[in-house]
Design a protein around this ligand. Structure first.
Ligand code: S3P
Length: 447
């Protein structure tokens, strides 16, 4: 999938963006709603579910594990939970597609079952490190086989009794934390995870929504095994990671005033707003509310003269998925932007440091990749267009494709983005929504 060019985006410059839009549901929360709804007692009703390929891969996997799931129908899903011990051995390999979240969280949940299963994925996922979840699960007594270097596919052997661990994560990863906590539900004793920096806490929040006691203290979270989940209602907010593309688009367009509605503003996810504000962005929040334990608000963004900054390392885990498009913001800012402490970007759907630096350089931007970040010399406030359009390979990474669609706003010529079908993993309807706000992106089917 990642090497194919089924869809190309042709994106070009635009001076003005306006209007309001609601981007699709949060990916992290959508995955978790299916996983937790499946092992809960009773029927969980979900609204605002993200109908993107990644979350659908999780849904299909749980159907293969014997869970009756209705929908998605316009974002509505009903998960008829089977309880903690009601999942059934799947007849087929569970295909996680492009989704690291599916594979890593499901590994934890499936390590505690009384059957074996196999987890696989596409060629991008096939290259991603799974040792980070295998290591703690082995410590808990799980039996897992992987390919060389801890790569997928994973063979998870059931019928093992898991024991609780006290685990200090070697990297700031919500996926690893969540994997261990989900396995902890099936373990004897209390499982504790401590992370080197706070990462997204949707698992902890949602487990509580399902009636599970989760104890948190700073960067530590604990869960006692043997608790059961009670079905609940989940209203999925719009994904701040999808909204981020338009936050940057509106900031760099010469004449923009847009509002993004009902955006999830969980404080473990708002690094992109903090970073853009440090760069001088004009962002205003209104209509604050709380849905299902998650804060939301409308986000108004207007054009601004961005300036380069040294990005505080403390914000890195809180904006980890937004750096591809933040690099585009940096390219359009006045002066130098320096990112450090972000080596995790090298093991996302693509090596986002290498792929973004290469693409920006092709546009004529001075972008120097470093081991753990990037140094970008922004082109700043010039009238008209700032750099040249080029051709980009998405490398099986949705956020690369969307970031260069945003970069096109200030490019001379047409940005041709190959392999853009990958955008459907997280943001179905991206092109229509982008165009409704005034961006110029065309989706061209190839072959
Ligand atoms: C996610 C956690 C992050 C993020 C990913 C989704 C999650 O990954 O990059 O898109 O839903 O827990 P890491 O936890 O590996 O940083």
């Amino acid at each position: 999938m990642s090497d194919l060019n089924l869809i190309e985006f042709h994106a070009s410059s635009t001076p003005a963006l306006s209007g309001s839009a609601r981007v699709p549901g949060d990916k992290s929360i959508s995955h978790r709603s299916i996983m937790m709804g499946s092992i809960a007692e009773g029927t969980t009703e979900v609204e605002g579910f993200l109908e993107g390929e990644d979350a659908l891969a999780t849904m299909n996997a749980f159907r293969a594990l014997g869970v009756n799931i209705e929908g998605p129908d316009n974002g509505k899903v009903k998960v008829h939970g089977v309880g903690m011990h009601g999942l059934k051995a799947p007849r087929q390999v569970l295909d996680c597609g492009n989704s690291g979240t599916s594979m890593r969280l499901m590994s934890g949940l499936l390590a505690g079952q009384d059957f074996d299963c196999m987890l696989t994925g596409d060629s991008s996922l096939g290259k991603r490190p799974m040792k980070r979840v295998i290591d703690p699960l082995l410590l808990m007594g799980a039996r897992i086989e992987s390919q060389e270097g801890g790569r997928p596919p994973l063979h998870i052997h059931g019928r093992t009794s898991l024991k609780a661990i006290d685990y200090v994560l070697p990297m700031a990863s919500a996926q690893v934390k969540s994997c261990v906590l989900l396995a902890g539900l099936y373990a004897e004793g209390t499982t504790t995870v401590t992370e080197p920096a706070v990462t997204r806490d949707h698992t902890e929040r949602m487990l509580r929504g399902f009636g599970v006691e989760v104890v948190t203290d700073g960067a530590t979270a604990s869960v006692k095994g043997g608790q059961s989940l009670k079905a609940t209602k989940i209203d999925v907010p719009s994904d701040i990671s999808s909204a981020a593309f338009f936050m940057v688009a509106a900031s760099i367009a010469p004449d923009a005033d847009i509002t993004l509605k009902h955006v999830g503003l969980n404080p473990t996810r708002t690094g992109v707003i903090d970073i853009l504000k440090l760069m001088g962005a004009n962002i205003e929040l209104s209509n604050h509310a709380e849905v299902g334990g998650e804060p939301v608000a409308d986000v108004r963004v207007r054009s601004a003269a961005l300036k380069g900054i040294e990005i505080p390392e403390s914000l890195v885990p809180l904006a980890i998925d937004e750096f591809p498009v933040l690099f585009v913001a940096a390219a359009n800012a006045t002066g130098r932007t320096v990112l450090t402490g972000a080596e995790e970007l090298r093991v996302k759907e693509s090596d986002r440091i290498a792929v973004m630096a290469h693409g920006l350089q092709k546009c004529g931007i001075d972008a120097e990749p470093t081991e753990d970040g990037m140094i970008i010399q922004g082109l700043g406030q010039v009238d008209g267009l700032r750099y040249k359009a080029t051709s980009i390979e998405s490398q099986g990474d949705h956020r690369i494709a969307m970031s260069f669609s945003v970069a096109a706003i200030r490019a001379e010529g047409t940005m041709v983005i190959h392999g853009a079908q990958t955008v459907d993993t997280s943001f179905p309807g991206f092109v229509a929504l982008a165009n409704s706000l005034g961006m110029k992106v065309q989706s061209v089917r190839k072959g």
